[in-house]
Design a protein around this ligand. Sequence first.
Ligand SMILES: N[C@@H](CCC(=O)N[C@@H](CS)C(=O)NCC(=O)O)C(=O)O
Length: 229
Amino acid sequence: MLQLVIGNKNYSSWSLRGWLMLAHFGIPFEEVKLRLSLAEGSEFKQRLAALTPTGQVPVLVDGDLAVWDTLAIAEYLAETHPERRMWPAERRQRARARSLCAEMHAGFSALRSHCPMNLEAELSAVGAELMRTRAEVVRDLQRIVQMWTGQFQAHGGPYLFGDEVTIPDLYFAPVCTRIRTYGLPVPPAVSAYIERIDALPAMQAWVAEALAEQDFLDFDEPYRKSRAG
Ligand SMILES: N[C@@H](CCC(=O)N[C@@H](CS)C(=O)NCC(=O)O)C(=O)O
């Protein structure tokens, strides 16, 4: 049975992506959850050391093969489960889908660093402040809106590549949660898409487990004070 090693569900956006690829596409797997830690020598780092030189989650374990990094996990699962049609069926659309995932993988650094995933938090005051003070966050958000509305125009929705959920939808699921957590302003078509992604059964299951965790990590809570106050 495949295993997926992940971090805390409340915070770990990359884990969420990997987990959704398995759970949404109905691929059986066993989840191994480790408490996130940046500290060398922590249980998190020690357990990961045997699997990946990056010391990061997620890691997919298939027998004696460990696959790390979300893009590599996406490709491995798509290759080993072609019947699940995880990428769009048409080659040109597959290329576009990979471009969007790669863009997420390598970019959106302002959105990622200023709006870290935090599923149980409500940080709309922080989001409003960021929209006023951080042009780079505004630019990242504008690119998201442009990307998604472009996809809806090209394929008619309801998902980024048409009728079926494909890997890019899951890749951007943590961006959907950030837009909600930080109350970032988006047009109605984008809000409706976020609601559709939120409503996916796999997403609902992850969020319910995240909310039940109640395990707060200081290094993932840069706005803890503003939440309290
Ligand atoms: N490029 C990696 C990023 C993975 C990543 O940043 N994982 C975070 C959790 S969301 C992590 O393990 N952080 C611990 C650390 O960096 O020490 C991927 O796509 O899997």
